[in-house]
Design a protein around this ligand. Sequence first.
Ligand code: SF4
Length: 340
Amino acid sequence: MISIYDTEGIEKLRARNAVQPHRLKLFRTALFKNAQGRDKALASLPEAARDEFSRTIDFHSLELVERHDSEIDGASKLIFQTSDHHLIESVILRPKTGRTSLCISSQVGCACYCSFCATGKMGFTRNLTSAEILDQVLQASQIVKSEGRSIRNVVFMGMGEPLLNLEHLFESLEFLRAAPFFNYAGSRLMVSTVGIPHAMEHFSSVFPEVQLALSLHSARQDVREKLMPQARTYTLELLRESLLTASLNGKVMIEYLMLSGVNDGEADFRALEHYLRDIPVHINIIPFNEYAGCSLRGTPKAEMKVFSDRLKTAGFQTTLRYSLGADIAAACGQLVQHKK
Ligand code: SF4
């Protein structure tokens, strides 16, 4: 079998079946950009080629094994199984604005062990391949297509640290951006990281138009180390240099999860204001979604608003985010590697 993302293999298949290049382009547009599904994509090929394309191409590297739809908002959690029987999760977000987004995973589990994150508690199993990363987008696109929607934004904010899977992240971003494939503008794609300075700089130089989000969560070194063990190696000082480099491409998203009594006090506000001063950023203030087995608590909504308003007054572009999918454990930090 040839993977649908094996461009050389597909090219040989095309030549062997005497399919004109423009028919292959139509096939790819139907499959990826228009999310019309395998059968409709095959129908865009000459009849004589359909059978061999159908038998030879492996269209999906993941099997959708469960789907949970939120009863309180427009989120759907998709649980996929890999061919070696690991489970990973993606989340479709349908906010009231109508702009459908997809949050995808880049690894099975995660090696970063952030204390607030359910995925981090599961440990690391392996990197996802680019075909597994892309199949999350393909299958989710087909689901929302049947609702008359399309996925507007794809964010690498699910399970795993994408910058620790650089090779497959880069490959998948190439396919997400390429015109005969998913054809996303870079501004519709976002990669979120805990902050790995050399990888941030590499990423920013290769994909300057793709948005970068940094999970900062504290501008105090001691607090950040407690929340994110990676911060011991990649200190705030090192990170600031990379942040400045990345921001040359445009504003960097700063993710700030608000944790009661941990990072929401006066000293935390002042440290954040000082740390980000003169860097072009957009700060997202995020509520913490509590889950069983985690002793951390979220900051009350009213206090989050005060924190957010103070940042705005201090001159920072700031959004107080709400979180979708909390009732189906699909909100930020709630994705876990289920065991079968
Ligand atoms: S927050 Fe992200 S980087 Fe940290 S443990 Fe969870 S998945 Fe890994």
